[in-house]
Design a protein around this ligand. Structure first.
Ligand SMILES: Cc1cc2nc3c(=O)[nH]c(=O)nc-3n(C[C@H](O)[C@H](O)[C@H](O)COP(=O)(O)OP(=O)(O)OC[C@H]3O[C@@H](n4cnc5c(N)ncnc54)[C@H](O)[C@@H]3O)c2cc1C
Length: 554
């Protein structure tokens, strides 16, 4: 389209437009291994601007089929879903305000950083518990649209549980509230003659006609971010119809979220961490269920590569933490230095308990400690913390939360290649599953860190590769196929948190079968008949397209 910028200005769009080379280069990447250069970046100032953008693209799509809109908040997406070749809609620049906050609920625009939002909810002793490991980098909008989860998901679940309503711009360019409806409210909605009425009616019919198949398709894992969550929309028994459940986790492929209201939980007042250093992971399959019996608040872990990397790049934490916290970190690492003299542990497990009193937390830790004696792991019990900065356990959280970011910024000759980065396999299968996954990593000579949410069986394996080297590139497809096949053999999910995007979208059929993926595509067609939102992602992704956009210069 000739002079897109000029046409957008004339259309009534009141936000900022930027088609400079530097910005297009910057927005051509997210945290994935892909690269696509956009035509222009549009930063709306308010919801009206978002509506204008959608109306503009809807109007011109027929004449210019390449036109599309891809939402972007902080751009930390690891699946390649925050990049595209047409218009990138930057929500972080202006749509980043807190609308209201109280003890139980907060309403916020999508572009607000989670860290800023968290500072506000902390004043009310409340918490949005579904924050990801990228909590210092990501926005709440990205969390909603990826259906993010993190270290607290074991106890509290993912973002899907915390959004009672939202404002959403549909493909006709109109912002509306989306929230759960009763049967009577649904009937009224479906009778409306506009685009919204049509979406409700068609989605209801699609789910009703395929009700049993859709309910049966729900993955049997504690966490899942793949596909469109049709199984959580309509419940014949309760009579509740909640369209927002398809939007949460849809990666902006169905429309744009312009405001979200979150339910908050009380911020735990006391917490304590039991850390296990495992020199042999053979007993993991029995250890994990034993730990889970004690119902910890979090159960995380990272491997020896992550540990070595954190030690190697220790100075870079200085910038991240500031001098005072860095010195504290060094000081608290001294006992672990002595531990390392006995050999680097293969796996460090972090088990956190929370409670209303210090005594309660201490009791929980002591009881687990006793039960774990037969496992011959070395232990460190970190002081019971009242301090929300988790001072004594901070060193472990730093390693766990920042390993991927360290890999991205520090290892210069190789690059992070997140393509097997987020699968979930129920803990009962791990004893069999883990050695098999390690064998695949070895077979393809992948140098990879492993970290993850042990309690959910959700693992982040991040290989370091030279993606510009054809020999390394050649490994991607067969290694991914082997890992995916193994995960699915153990009834797992290909993504617990990071979602489909370009990297997992092409493999949805392997996970769900043709019929269900066909229903996903119909869902997309109902919401977005002209395919103006985030093309080539999720159910409409193909490996040929994704593969052709793997980064080849750095
Ligand atoms: C170091 C690191 C660690 C990570 N750890 C985790 C983890 O533990 N758990 C986890 O879930 N994820 C994790 N991620 C992935 C990512 O950070 C999260 O999913 C995060 O919530 C994305 O937020 P964002 O603001 O960066 O979103 P973006 O990357 O900007 O966008 C994410 C997706 O949402 C869409 N989107 C954004 N805003 C809107 C909107 N307003 N309307 C519609 N669609 C929109 C985008 O198009 C894209 O598809 C990690 C990433 C990194 C770099």
């Amino acid at each position: 389209m000739e002079d897109l910028k000029e046409k957008l200005v004339k259309s009534g769009f009141g936000g900022e437009l930027d088609d400079s080379k530097e910005s297009r280069e910057f927005f051509s990447h997210d945290a994935s291994m892909f690269e696509i250069i956009p035509e222009i970046i549009a930063a709306p100032r308010d919801a009206r601007d978002v509506e204008e953008l959608v109306k503009f693209v809807a109007k011109h799509k027929k004449d210019n089929p390449k036109l599309s809109l891809t939402a972007r908040s902080a751009g930390t997406d690891m699946s390649g879903a925050a990049i595209n070749d047409s218009i990138i809609v930057d929500f972080k620049k202006h749509l980043n305000k807190l609308i209201s906050v109280g003890e139980k609920r907060a309403t916020v625009q999508p572009g607000m950083f989670f860290r800023d939002f968290d500072a506000q909810t902390a004043k009310h002793k409340s918490l949005l518990p579904s924050f990801p490991a990228s909590r210092e980098l990501c926005t709440v909008g990205g969390m909603v649209n990826n259906n993010s989860g993190g270290e607290k998901s074991l106890e509290f679940g993912k973002t899907e549980k915390y959004v009672p309503h939202m404002r959403f711009v549909f493909a006709d360019g109109i912002e509306r509230i989306v929230k759960p409806l009763s049967r009577t409210e649904l009937i009224v909605k479906m009778a409306k003659k506009d685009f919204e009425g049509q979406v409700y009616k068609q989605i209801f019919e699609l789910i009703e006609e395929n009700y049993d198949a859709i309910k049966a398709a729900k993955p049997h894992v504690t966490k899942n971010s793949t596909g469109y969550r049709l199984w959580d929309v309509w419940d014949r028994e309760t009579g509740i119809f909640d369209l927002s459940q398809i939007i949460i986790g849809a990666q902006g492929t169905l429309g744009f979220v312009t405001e979200a209201t979150f339910n908050l939980v009380p911020r735990p007042e006391h917490s304590g961490l039991l850390v296990l250093f495992l020199h042999d992971i053979g007993g993991l399959g029995t250890l994990i269920p034993k730990v889970l019996e004690h119902k910890p608040a979090t159960f995380e872990g990272f491997d020896d590569q992550t540990l070595l990397l954190s030690i190697k790049f220790l100075p870079s934490f200085l910038k991240m933490l500031g001098l005072k916290r860095f010195v504290h970190l060094l000081f608290t690492l001294i006992p672990d230095g002595f531990q390392m003299l006995r050999g680097i542990p293969k796996l460090v497990l972090m088990i956190e308990f929370t409670g209303a009193t210090e005594h309660e937390v201490r009791e929980k830790i002591v009881s687990l400690h006793k039960d774990l004696n037969p496992f011959k792991a070395r232990y460190e019990i970190n002081g019971i913390e009242e301090d929300p900065t988790e001072a004594a356990s901070e060193k472990f959280w730093i390693m766990r939360r920042n390993s991927f970011q360290l890999l991205r910024s520090k290892v210069k000759d190789k690059h992070t290649a997140p393509f097997i980065d987020d699968f979930v396999v129920n803990p009962e299968y791990l004893v069999e599953f883990l050695p098999k996954i390690r064998r695949i990593i070895k077979k393809y000579k992948l140098f990879a860190t492993i970290a993850g949410h042990m309690g959910d069986g959700n693992f982040h394996i991040i290989p370091l590769m030279k993606l510009e080297d054809p020999n390394d590139r050649k490994k991607l497809l067969p290694a991914m196929r082997e890992v995916d096949e193994l995960v699915l053999k153990y009834k797992g999910s290909l993504s617990g948190e990071h979602n489909d995007g370009l990297v997992r979208g092409p493999w949805l059929e392997e996970m769900y079968g043709r019929k269900i993926v066909h229903l996903f595509r119909e869902t997309k067609d109902i919401f977005d008949p002209q395919h103006i939102f985030n093309p080539h992602k999720k159910a409409n992704a193909t490996w040929d397209y994704s593969y052709s956009h793997i980064r080849d210069h750095f």
